[in-house]
Design a protein around this ligand. Structure first.
Ligand SMILES: CCCCCCCCCCCC(=O)SCCNC(=O)CCNC(=O)[C@H](O)C(C)(C)COP(=O)(O)OP(=O)(O)OC[C@H]1O[C@@H](n2cnc3c(N)ncnc32)[C@H](O)[C@@H]1OP(=O)(O)O
Length: 194
């Protein structure tokens, strides 16, 4: 970490985020970026199956229902699971920027306990872009989209090329993903920039 700032607010010379002209329209479901993703994958039996929707500007909303498998304390969601839900919601902002990025830093505040059975209403938006660095913030509310904040996070995502995954991922999964036309279509959608 030496030489790196840990700040999660955009620097003064950051630029406002630009919604990609081909980004999904506000209200459109975003789907999963990878069907085995722990956060959003529809084929991932152990995952959160978080469902995100495009918002206005460079923002998204998402919902996630806390299931018994997500407990930390009896009857309450595990903090790491809630951090995952925030991370995944923040990651979904990539659909609107149409860049591929990974989480570099994620700072989470746990404000209220979240019981099993709760539907968590998440909202995330990009606050600024500085070169490859994408600054963003998210909240998770309980009791409805306008309910009290239970969790919140600030994050720094770093833009990467698709090679990041090809070079670092396990060959079994990478080869299966590259052989899947739907997956390749998703990756190409992220890679095309104005
Ligand atoms: C098919 C569809 C797929 C779509 C895929 C979508 C996936 C979304 C999934 C949900 C999100 C995740 O969980 S992602 C998984 C969790 N995250 C990861 O595995 C990332 C692991 N970390 C890395 O691979 C690396 O550290 C990177 C890529 C983040 C950065 O390495 P790098 O590419 O060499 O870049 P580097 O030169 O070090 O840094 C570039 C700039 O960012 C700053 N920077 C980098 N890291 C940090 C940091 N932690 N904290 C502060 N600042 C940082 C540097 O200071 C520098 O600033 P300056 O000098 O330019 O000012």
């Amino acid at each position: 970490m030496s030489g790196r700032t840990t700040a999660l607010t955009p620097p003064e010379d950051a630029v406002p985020p630009v919604r990609h002209p081909d980004a999904p329209a506000p209200g459109e479901p975003l789907g999963s970026h990878y069907d085995q993703c722990f956060g959003c994958g529809e084929e991932q039996p152990h995952g959160l199956r978080l469902a995100a929707t495009a918002g206005e500007g460079v923002s998204v909303t998402a919902t996630f229902t806390v299931r018994p498998a997500h407990q930390g304390a009896p009857g309450l969601a595990h903090g790491g699971v809630l951090a995952t839900a925030l991370d995944e919601t923040l990651g979904a902002l990539q659909w609107l920027l149409r860049v591929i990025a990974v989480t570099g830093r994620l700072e989470t505040d746990f404000v209220r306990p979240v019981p099993v059975g709760t539907e968590l209403h998440l909202e995330a938006r990009v606050t600024g872009v500085h070169g490859r660095k994408i600054y963003s913030t998210a909240t998770g509310r309980i009791g409805g989209p306008d309910g009290p904040v239970a969790v919140r996070a600030d994050a720094l995502f770093i833009e990467v090329a698709i090679d990041h995954f090809i070079d670092n991922g396990r060959p079994e999964e990478i080869n299966a993903a590259l052989a899947d036309p739907d997956q390749v279509r998703v990756a190409r959608a992220f890679e095309v920039n104005p």
